[in-house]
Design a protein around this ligand. Structure first.
Ligand code: GDP
Length: 310
């Protein structure tokens, strides 16, 4: 991608999209094409086709998806399935029709089978059903991955499919009780410290294990692979190490400076017992993450406490 390329970042106000915009700007790419939800409803096929005809991007980073935590998936399974299918179908089909040179699709570690061997290898995709707690999201992501690969076979179309682990960082859903574990807990510890609370509740048993990657590291990997990877195979993007939710909570407690107790609410769901990516393909392509989890949490907490609406 040269600096003058016209690059469309779909979903630029979200966690991933905003990190992609920061990374592209840092590299001097100034011809970014961005549309807010109000300007372009990605679920609307006609609107997306008209947008492509007018904007004519050379490259597309597709970071637009309906996402959320474990409870949101449980409450809105139909919305997760339908919105994500619509968004990705419109974006991918439209990009092929508009002659986009290269497309980056973001899959999800949640798409892997719930009983696949850990760490999750790319070739375990579609060898079994995904975890039931976010089945709709997983099925939509699998359909998106397969659509990119099908257009490659059918029309020689060039796309890169990344499978990120749990991402976190600036612009995550901090205020949202239905959000992912890391921003939700960061906010809960913060509120408890500020409000003088004596204990913070963490859902589940604390024993599930998850892998977390700072979104700016993810964006760096995305640009690296958009430049240098042309394969049809999906690529896991993670750090290759996991922590238990109890360990994550302990780290967050320290980073936030909360001195009270942690209470585990076992009436809340644990979800998958473990989710860790095998990142050997990514490492062999020449990319590794930079930040440790603690550095990433400190950086994110600094952003959280100094953000404009704080
Ligand atoms: P998942 O990684 O797709 O399962 O999604 P989440 O980010 O929602 O949850 C990850 C893990 O964190 C699960 O084991 C939850 O039980 C646990 N967890 C602990 N406290 C919270 C919380 O306040 N919110 C969420 N969403 N998860 C929590």
């Amino acid at each position: 991608m040269d600096k003058n390329a016209r690059i469309f970042v779909a979903g630029h106000r979200g966690l991933v999209g905003s990190a992609l915009v920061r990374a592209l700007h840092a590299r001097g790419c100034n011809r970014l094409i961005l549309r807010t939800r109000e300007e372009l409803d990605l679920r609307d096929e006609g609107a997306v086709s008209a947008f492509y005809a007018e904007a004519r991007p050379d490259y597309v980073f597709d970071a637009a998806a309906r996402a959320g935590g474990i409870l949101a998936h449980r409450r809105y399974p139909a919305d997760f399935l339908l919105d994500n299918l619509r968004i990705q179908n419109n974006l991918i089909r439209g990009a092929v029709a508009a002659g986009v040179r290269k497309y980056l699709f973001i899959g999800s570690a949640a798409a892997y089978p719930h009983d696949a061997r850990q760490p999750l290898r790319e070739d375990s995709l579609m060898t079994g059903p995904p975890e039931s707690s976010h089945e709709s999201y997983a099925i939509a992501k699998i359909a998106g991955i397969r659509l990119c690969q099908a257009f490659r076979r059918q029309a020689g179309w060039c796309s890169v499919v990344l499978m990120p682990t749990n991402l976190y960082g600036p612009r995550d859903g901090f205020g949202d009780e239905d959000g992912h574990v890391l921003p939700t807990l960061m906010r809960r510890f913060h509120d408890a410290r500020i409000g003088g609370g004596s204990r913070v509740t963490v859902w589940g048993s604390g024993s599930p294990r998850r892998e977390f990657l700072h979104v700016d590291d993810f964006a760096d990997a995305a640009l690296f692979l958009m430049d240098g990877y042309d394969g049809a195979d999906i690529v896991n993007v993670g750090v290759g190490e996991d922590v238990s939710i109890a360990e994550l909570a302990g780290l967050l407690r320290e980073v936030v400076g909360f001195e009270g107790d942690i209470n585990f609410d076992r009436s809340k769901p644990d979800g998958a017992p473990r989710r860790l990516l095998d990142v050997s393909r990514l490492h062999s392509l020449g990319w590794r993450h930079r930040r440790t989890l603690e550095e990433g949490l400190r950086e994110t907490y600094r952003w959280f406490t100094t953000r404009p609406d704080a």
